[in-house]
Design a protein around this ligand. Structure first.
Ligand SMILES: [Zn+2]
Length: 399
């Protein structure tokens, strides 16, 4: 039998919660893992050496849509793939572009063949299909490629969600077929030598859709696993549905995803969401929150989310989070960080993004440790209680 492109070993299991090792051709990733989002070939505000050396991020995400439009496939191919182009040596996961195109709303038109849309850069007419997405992701040379999917709005009625789910299933088959032919004709720019365990080829993940409708989700799961993928993602959540609907889908679907393969919850979420989803058996996450909020002056801390612009921090000499070991919290005070934000200094975004990513990655490290030591339930309770500390302080001071 031919070798798989990735291997996944579950080291500890506690109920549905699992801690494992995901071996890719560019490194071993401990799971559950949070993947920082590197939209256009950069995790905004972060140098890759800091992500590697201090934060020890093992895998980051790249966006097919953005990189395809700019700098374009030809530039990235000429530079030897995305790893070499951007200077990141570790693992990459690329999304398919389906979600970004979906987010363009009225600017897009979906047909059986694919999606036509206007570029957000220059308004030019563009067309993305499962085949084109697979070709772009081969040129990028990521370790994990995502199937091209269609996402229905979170509050879409059943008939709209059904059409979208069925289209996603047909596109998943086309993604699989084009992906396989690209792997056999050496179009993958990131290919490595095989090891005793893995093949050196790209891995392909399928995406389960179906909106907030559990029956559609189950049907999507069956159709996706029938095609067969190296890992499975839950897509189309955190897109405007109410929070309860998201958790109904995750708690029903996550334990039903194939147990021997990685399970990825796309685009979710806050620190408490990550811990909650881990409890339902999710292994992989990505979200723009730590980077995007870092740029708008919001920090995630062990005592909850804070707006660093608030006047209450103006002369506060404490670190952002005194239980955080990151280099920002070791050196800089809340007062200084607030001053940088209020003054519009670019260092503000850099330092807050750094801390936020450190907090997310450290939270996942603690999640993994607690699963391995059989203490996840206690960790989850204490962590979640901690996140409410600022809110409780506020409530007390108002009484
Ligand atoms: Zn910190």
């Amino acid at each position: 039998m031919s070798k798989p492109p990735i291997s996944f070993e579950i080291l500890s299991k506690d109920g549905e919660t699992r801690a494992g090792l995901l071996t890719t051709r560019r490194g071993i990733i401990e799971t559950p893992v949070f993947m920082p989002v590197g939209t256009a070939g950069t995790v905004k505000g972060m140098r890759f050496e800091v992500l590697e050396d201090e934060l020890d991020a093992r895998i980051i995400l790249g966006n097919t849509y953005h990189l395809w439009l700019r700098p374009g496939v030809e530039v990235i191919r000429k530079c030897g793939g995305l790893h070499r182009f951007v200077g990141w040596e570790r693992a990459l996961l690329t999304d398919s572009g389906g979600f970004q195109v979906w987010s363009l709303g009225a600017l897009r038109k979906i047909t059986e063949e694919g999606t036509q849309f206007r570029s957000h850069l220059d308004g030019s007419l563009q067309f993305l299909s499962p085949e084109i997405s697979m070709e772009v992701q081969a040129a990028l040379g990521s370790e994990i490629v995502m199937a091209f999917d269609e996402c229905a709005a979170g509050d879409a009625p059943p008939e709209v969600s059904r059409q979208s789910m069925e289209l996603t299933a047909r596109w998943a088959s086309r993604s699989r077929a084009r992906f396989d032919s690209l792997q056999s004709d050496s179009s993958d720019e990131g290919r490595t030598e095989a090891t005793h365990e893995i093949s050196g080829a790209q891995a392909l993940f399928g995406i389960v859709q179906g909106g907030a409708h559990l029956d559609l989700r189950r049907e999507s799961l069956n159709r996706t696993t029938e095609i067969g993928f190296d890992g499975y993602a839950i897509g189309g959540l955190s897109v405007g549905e109410e929070k309860g609907a998201m958790w109904r889908v995750v708690s029903d679907l996550a334990p039903a995803l194939p147990a021997a393969q990685p399970r990825y919850l796309m685009g979710v979420g806050t620190p408490e969401d990550l811990v909650e989803a881990v409890a339902h058996g999710i292994d992989m996450f990505d979200c723009v929150l730590p980077t995007r909020n870092g740029r708008t002056g919001q920090a995630f801390t062990s005592r909850g989310k804070v707006n660093v612009k608030n006047a209450q921090w103006a002369s506060d000499s404490m670190p952002l989070d005194d239980s955080c070991g990151c280099s920002v919290c070791k050196r800089y005070s809340r007062a200084y960080l607030r001053h940088l934000i209020v003054s519009g200094e670019m260092l503000a975004s850099i330092l807050l993004t750094h801390h936020n990513l450190a907090f997310f990655l450290d939270t996942m490290r603690r999640v993994r440790q607690s699963i391995r030591s059989g203490d996840f339930i206690n960790f989850r309770r204490e962590f979640t209680e901690g996140l409410n500390a600022y809110e409780q302080d506020k409530a007390l001071s108002n009484t």
